[in-house]
Design a protein around this ligand. Structure first.
Ligand SMILES: NC(=O)c1ccc[n+]([C@@H]2O[C@H](COP(=O)([O-])OP(=O)(O)OC[C@H]3O[C@@H](n4cnc5c(N)ncnc54)[C@H](OP(=O)(O)O)[C@@H]3O)[C@@H](O)[C@H]2O)c1
Length: 314
């Protein structure tokens, strides 16, 4: 496993991070028992992964807590809380005091006294002023009390595919680490986010490296349709039957290419991989530790998708 320094946190983190959310939620989405999901986290640690991302909304914090018992100082735990009740966009926003109550619940489920990285989850541009005035002062108090080591924010990539929130948030100096959506179908974070994070020495976790678009033909079709509708793709340049077939040249396939594309992007520190399957995890860790894609494939991706900012690949 290769390791990198996570921006100004100074933490040494594995380039592959375990994502405990996404569509799999460590397999909880498709019926894994708690023990099976705990085994996925333990397998990740055995493979050298020391960065584990979870969230209250995923229902996997207690699983992570169980898996890291006795190993707390060997892992960097990243967890998150939303500023609204999850899935209720019209509900009243939480106050700073309520966020601190939620932090106590995060800590209890994780079975720890502190989290290394505490992020606000899925924030959009219109929430930033409220976050800055009401929530951040509370989080700074929690950091002073030693309950949080570093502060983070994650974007809502599904609705913010051109990173309006992060491009406004990063220069504030508040956030030590951000989570951004970046993949080979939408590399727009290169322009809008990664230049800023590098200038401000902010650590970066990458999400959506594969998601549905890059591991499922229906997901890919939907994503390509969306990009075409936005006027950002000339479909004639793609093979109708196997649109991303060119990625298989010199790689282990589309998933392998997708993780390697993200891993070698300057400014990305940790590529999250989300799965409930140990076999997938092994393949993905191997991919993330492989070399960069060939210059020919990179040039073709740039030609096809270099200007895309209209899709997440969800
Ligand atoms: N706004 C936010 O804060 C936010 C939003 C989304 C995600 N996240 C974080 O980012 C993490 C990464 O996102 P993600 O989980 O969507 O990750 P991802 O790694 O981009 O995609 C995971 C999907 O790909 C499948 N997959 C994984 N490896 C595969 C392989 N080798 N072959 C075929 N299919 C494979 C998984 O299914 P299987 O289970 O079948 O492997 C799953 O459906 C999440 O887990 C979460 O921690 C944060």
């Amino acid at each position: 496993m290769q390791y990198k320094i996570l921006g100004r946190t100074g933490l040494s983190v594995s380039v592959a991070g375990l994502g405990c959310g996404g569509h799999s939620r460590l397999g909880q989405t498709y019926g894994h028992s708690v023990e099976q999901s705990v085994a996925v986290v333990k397998a990740a640690i055995d493979m050298g992964i020391n960065f584990i991302d979870t969230a209250a909304a995923y229902g996997t914090e207690a699983i992570v807590g169980q898996a890291v018992r006795g190993l707390r100082d060997k892992v960097v735990i990243s967890t998150k809380t939303a500023i609204l009740p999850w899935g209720e966009p019209n509900a009243k926003r939480f106050t700073g005091a309520q966020i601190l109550e939620q932090l106590e619940q995060n800590l209890a489920r994780l079975g720890t006294d502190y989290v290394d990285l505490y992020s606000l989850h899925g924030i959009v541009r219109s929430q930033l002023d409220y976050v800055g005035s009401e929530i951040v002062p509370a989080l700074i108090r929690a950091r002073e009390q030693g309950k949080i080591r570093f502060l983070g924010v994650t974007e809502h990539f599904g609705s913010d595919t051109n990173h309006r929130m992060l491009s406004a948030a990063i220069p504030s100096g508040i956030w030590d680490v951000v989570m951004v959506g970046f993949n080979l179908l939408n590399p727009s974070a290169r322009r809008n986010v990664l230049r800023l994070t590098q200038a401000h020495n902010v650590g970066v976790q990458d999400m959506f490296a594969v998601r549905r678009a890059l591991c499922n033909p229906h997901g890919l079709k939907e994503a390509l349709d969306t990009i075409e509708k936005a006027g950002q793709l000339d479909r004639r340049k793609l093979d109708v039957g196997d649109p991303l077939g060119f990625l298989k040249d010199g790689t282990q396939g589309i998933v392998d290419a997708a993780y390697r594309f993200c891993r070698h992007e300057p400014g990305i520190d940790v590529v999250l991989t989300g799965t409930g399957k140990v076999e997938h995890l092994k393949e993905n860790v191997t991919s993330i530790n492989r070399g960069a894609l060939s210059p020919e494939i990179q040039a073709k991706l740039e030609e096809l998708f270099g200007q895309v900012d209209s899709v997440s690949g969800n």
